[in-house]
Design a protein around this ligand. Structure first.
Ligand code: GRF
Length: 196
């Protein structure tokens, strides 16, 4: 099986996928890592693992008067060349338009550090922590879901609940959530590839 991974930052979820393919826990090859940020440390992780990388920034499209959709379609065409079985959004911080998603209607998954419908969008962990401090929630979670045009709304593939402790700082919660993510993203890729 072939996987293309999209990143925007540190790439610890990408690293979990790389490690899983190296140990054959995940029976797949990551054929391309795409970043929308030139500075993403995840690019270094891909290069170290011998995985081809591509940087495509929205800025370079907007600067020449092109649109977000032009960007999304160019991105889709580049990925289509790889003809991947699975596209994983691993810390990808760019909302993908329906034009992009229509290129790959059923094989994009995204990891999101919250429970379905709880803290969709950015800064999910921080927003959960603040809700906990206001006494509104006692736990949060991580989900990997199918990607549809509505942000963070696709059908969940895997969900894991994560407790928040009274003694937690935001960093404690982030650490706990990221360790769950690194396991869940691999499990979700395995599950997805078993289902196709
Ligand atoms: C992760 O929490 C991911 O769920 C969120 O952004 C973070 C990216 O982490 N979308 P990394 O780049 O994979 O380390």
């Amino acid at each position: 099986f072939s996987i293309v991974v999209l990143i925007s930052g540190n790439g610890t979820n990408l690293q979990a996928l790389i490690d899983a393919t190296k140990t054959s826990t995940l029976n797949a090859t990551i054929t391309l890592v795409v970043s929308n940020k030139t500075s993403a440390f995840g690019l270094t992780r891909a290069i170290k693992a011998g995985i081809p990388t591509l940087v495509l920034t929205l800025k370079e499209y907007i600067d020449i008067g092109k649109s977000r959709v032009d960007y999304d379609i160019a991105l889709a065409k580049k990925i289509k060349e790889q003809n991947p079985d699975l596209i994983v959004l691993a810390g990808w911080m760019h909302i993908l338009s329906k034009e992009f998603i229509n290129y790959f209607p059923n094989n994009i998954i995204n990891i999101h550090p919250a429970l379905p419908g709880q803290f969709d969008g950015a800064h999910a962990i921080e927003r959960a922590f603040e809700a906990f401090q206001r006494g509104e929630i006692t736990e949060t979670g991580v989900m990997v879901h199918k990607v549809i045009p509505e942000v963070d709304k696709g059908e969940p593939l895997l969900i894991e609940h994560v407790p928040i402790l009274k003694s937690d700082t935001l960093e404690d919660l982030e650490t706990r959530i990221h360790s769950v993510e690194h396991r869940l993203i691999v499990q979700a890729a395995i599950k997805f590839l078993e289902l196709i």
